[in-house]
Design a protein around this ligand. Sequence first.
Ligand code: PGA
Length: 245
Amino acid sequence: MIIRTFETPDETAAAVAQRVVRALAEKPALVVGLPTGQTPIATYAELRRRHAAGEVDFARATTFNLDEFAGIPPSHPGSFRMFMERHLFQGINLAPARTHFLDGTAPDLDVECERYEAAIGAAGGIDLLLAGIGANGHIGFNEPGDTLSARTHRVALAASTRRHNAALFGGDPADVPREALSMGIGTMLKAGAIVLVATGAHKAACIERAVHGPVTTRLPASFLQLHRHVELYLDAAAASRLGPR
Ligand code: PGA
C-alpha cells in the first residue's frame, strides 16, 4: 500500500482532489467509484472549487456510487443520491446519465444488485475507486461479520452505522433504514486503483488494523491488502498508530 499522510483533514482533502484531477487529465473518460460520509465532503467541495476555476472537466467521466440505502426513493433527502447532488454533482459538469446509483426501491433488490454489476462491467470497470472507512472497519456498506460478499449485495446495517447516518434522517437512528445495497468487496477489488481516505483519531485503530492486521471479514477494509494498487490518504490523526515509516 502507498501511504500518504498530511497534517490536516483539509490538506488531505486537497490532495485527494488533486489525485482525481490528475486521473481525469490522464483519462477524461475515467470511471470513478464514489463514497459518501463526512470524510469526502471536503474533497467534493475542493473538486467543485477546482471545476469552477476551470481546472477539471467531468464531461466524459462516469461515476458509480458505492452504496445506497434500501427502501427509500432517490429523491429522499437522506439518500446517497441526494447527498451526491448536494455535495458534488450540482457544482460540476457531470452528465446525469453518467452517474450511477443502486436503487433501493427496485422491486427485486437482488436483481438490482446484478444490474449494477452488469452496468459497471458495461462501463469497462472502475478505474479509480475512492472509499472511506467506517470506524468499525467497513468499506462501502460491507460490515464486519462472519462472511463477506464478493459481489454487489443487500446488507443489514450495523447499529453503529445507523447511528452514524442518523443526521441524514432527522437525527433519530430508528429512522435510518435497516438495510442497504453495497458494492461487494470483490467488486471493489476489481478497480484499477483504490484510494482510501481517512481523517481523525477515531479512525486510527481501524487504519492500523487494515494496514498491519490479518485479512479478515471482521475488518472488511483489511481486504484492500489483496489489491495491487491501493493508496491511503490520511491525516496525521488517522495515521497516528501506523508507527514511523
Ligand atoms: P465517514 O464515514 O466519512 O462519515 O467517517 C466513512 C464510512 O463509513 O465509510
